[in-house]
Unconditional design. Structure first.
Length: 76
């Protein structure tokens, strides 16, 4: 993740297939995230973009982090 206070946070994955698999797993768990791949970003810089808003409380964000970590362990 970036060192940023912006509501859109990138998570660098690097591989387009793995990025899409992680986004799908998160979607299956109820999280809507976006896979960003070439040509939007340079090849090998594929990322997941997560948008946080005022409706997301600490509990939801903690659950997202847990789900993201689990997906990354399985896929990466």
């Amino acid at each position: 993740a970036a060192n940023s206070f912006h509501p859109v946070q990138p998570v660098l994955i690097g591989d387009p297939k793995k990025t899409k698999k992680i986004v799908k797993k998160l979607f299956d768990e109820g999280f809507l995230t976006t896979a960003i791949s070439y040509p939007v970003v340079p090849q090998g810089s594929d990322e997941i973009r997560i948008q946080i808003n005022a409706n997301h409380n600490k509990e939801v964000i903690d659950l997202l982090i847990k789900s993201l970590k689990e997906a990354m362990k399985k896929i990466i």
